[in-house]
Design a protein around this ligand. Structure first.
Ligand code: TXA
Ligand code: MG
Length: 338
């Protein structure tokens, strides 16, 4: 299959493919998604095959707004309505109870709930509008690899396996949406993202978090114990404190292989890089670091192979919780130890 690249002004052609049951990758403000007609079970099943995704992992349903959610979900609670008003379109995915039989098992993994997302990307909202159906939207990467923040990343992973990619430039946020379960007694964050606990609580009161905060481990217990998530080929080492960088770089210099270093500009500027260390800047601050994390991991996989990647850690609060969640998974929770 030839994978066509569409520009944002070619939405009609991309929507025609969706309507015909084909797979088309679409841009969002977080990461690129892999789209298929959510009401077409055959098309949805192909999404799992293209990504190599386990079939019991349910998909996000991407919608144009509240009216489209109401076609599938049980009547919305006051909290759901308040969240939609405050954060949509935007990086907050809501888990809601479904009307029975409204979406296939291929979408929900057999659950009575579904994850609804309204991305802040006009091109994709126009695509869904033109297709006339909600589209499933897992991240458009091969399962286990870092999520794609550029159309080129999608092309690398899925070329020949999907009909098209709508290229709308780089995704701005860089980490996937916050997932909030509204079917629990207390609304619960299942995955941290750019919409934080601190953002949610003023709107709906107490919010709980289940994504566990991970501790340090000195060495991976077994390489196979590594989370198979966001993982580049090289081992990622989290450098927790800015003051650890001189020791981390001295360790890198003693290795007989190339090592990557991903950190923000002030950290890179403050340290002398050994000859076998290649820097990848995470930009000026945490926001740019979240935006560039996955692209950096892919850079060291594809363009500049290394065996280890030293990567800057941040405090585990606000957007830092989303960043550290992804970084911990890509590192299999391995931290650099002085
Ligand atoms: O930012 C995003 O959310 C991106 C863009 C493309 O929209 N999408 C994304 O999809 O990250 P994906 O499939 O990579 O991650 C969706 C997560 C999965 O971990 C899945 O298990 C969970 O949402 N999920 C989906 N439906 C669920 C449900 N009914 N209950 C609990 N978790 C659910
Ligand atoms: Mg994903």
């Amino acid at each position: 299959m030839e994978t066509q690249i569409f520009k944002p002004d070619q939405i009609e052609a991309a929507a025609a493919l969706i309507k015909a049951g084909q797979l088309v990758s679409f841009p969002t403000e977080t990461v690129y998604g892999l789209g298929a007609d959510a009401t077409n079970e055959t098309a949805v099943k192909q999404v799992y095959a293209a990504k190599g995704r386990p079939s019991d992992n349910p998909l996000i349903v991407t919608v144009t707004g509240q009216a489209m959610v109401e076609q599938y979900a049980e009547p919305l609670s006051a909290k759901a309505q308040a969240l939609i008003k405050a954060f949509w379109p935007g990086s907050l995915t809501l888990i809601l109870n479904l009307q029975p039989g409204k979406l296939s098992k291929a979408v929900t993994g057999g659950l009575s709930t579904a994850a609804f997302r309204n991305p802040a990307n006009q091109t994709t909202l126009a695509l869904i509008q033109a297709a006339g159906v909600p589209i499933v939207g897992p991240s458009a990467n091969t399962s286990g690899k870092p999520s794609p923040t550029l159309a080129q990343h999608v092309y690398h992973d899925l070329k020949g396996k999907i009909a098209g990619i709508v290229d709308d430039g780089p995704a701005q946020v860089g980490v996937e949406s916050t997932i909030l379960d509204l079917t629990a007694d207390v609304p619960t964050i299942l995955r941290p993202g750019a919409v934080t606990e601190e953002d949610l609580e003023p709107v709906i009161g107490t919010v709980r978090s289940t994504h566990h905060k991970v501790g340090k481990t000195e060495v991976p217990k077994a390489p196979g114990m590594k989370y198979k998530h966001y993982a580049p080929d090289a081992q990622v080492y989290i450098v927790d404190h800015e003051s650890d960088w001189p020791a981390a770089l001295a360790w890198a210099q003693a290795q007989d292989y190339p090592v990557g270093a991903m950190a923000i500009d002030p950290v890179l500027a403050a340290n002398q890089l050994p000859a076998n260390v290649e820097a990848y800047t995470l930009g000026p601050d945490l926001a740019s670091a979240s935006h560039r994390l996955f692209a950096g991991l892919r850079h060291f996989d594809l363009e500049s192979p290394v065996k280890g990647i030293l990567t800057q850690g941040f405090a585990d609060t606000g957007l830092g919780a989303a960043y550290m969640n992804r970084l911990n998974k890509s590192a299999g929770q391995v931290h650099f130890q002085k």
